[in-house]
Design a protein. Structure first.
Length: 132
């Protein structure tokens, strides 16, 4: 969060705009999920979950992303349903500072997603399954 951010929702929307060009008016924020600590940087991420207004999509069915080259090396649009397929998930046990933890790896359409992003996706998927 920046000092100018009113709360985590405002910080997430600001970051999403700065990093990938997501316009705040196109997002309906649904809420937050559990904080996710990062092991390498020591940051704590508060995931803010939202949906993008379908009216903001182009005629080709895509959101007009505008990734910042200073922030983003690559932008991947991957269907959430592919992350829900257990065949695309690998879980390994790792140790860090004497603590064991699960390391998640998703491989979706040739793209590997791991670390904090994979842990956040895993929690989101588990919450969605609980709600079914």
């Amino acid at each position: 969060m920046d000092p100018s951010d009113a709360d985590v929702r405002a910080a997430a929307l600001r970051e999403a705009h700065e990093e990938v060009g997501l316009q705040q008016q196109h997002v309906e924020v649904l809420g937050t999920i559990d904080d996710c600590p990062t092991f390498v940087t020591g940051y704590v991420i508060t995931p803010v979950v939202g949906v993008i207004d379908p009216l903001a999509f182009t005629a080709a069915g895509r959101y007009p992303w505008d990734p910042s080259p200073a922030e983003i090396a690559a932008l991947h649009e991957l269907p959430l349903s592919d992350f829900c397929d257990p065949a695309n998930l690998r879980v390994e046990m790792r140790e860090r500072e004497g603590q064991m933890f699960e390391l998640y790896w998703y491989t979706v359409r040739g793209t590997v997603v791991w670390g904090a992003t994979a842990r956040i996706l895993n929690q989101l998927i588990e919450l969605a399954r609980e709600g079914e």
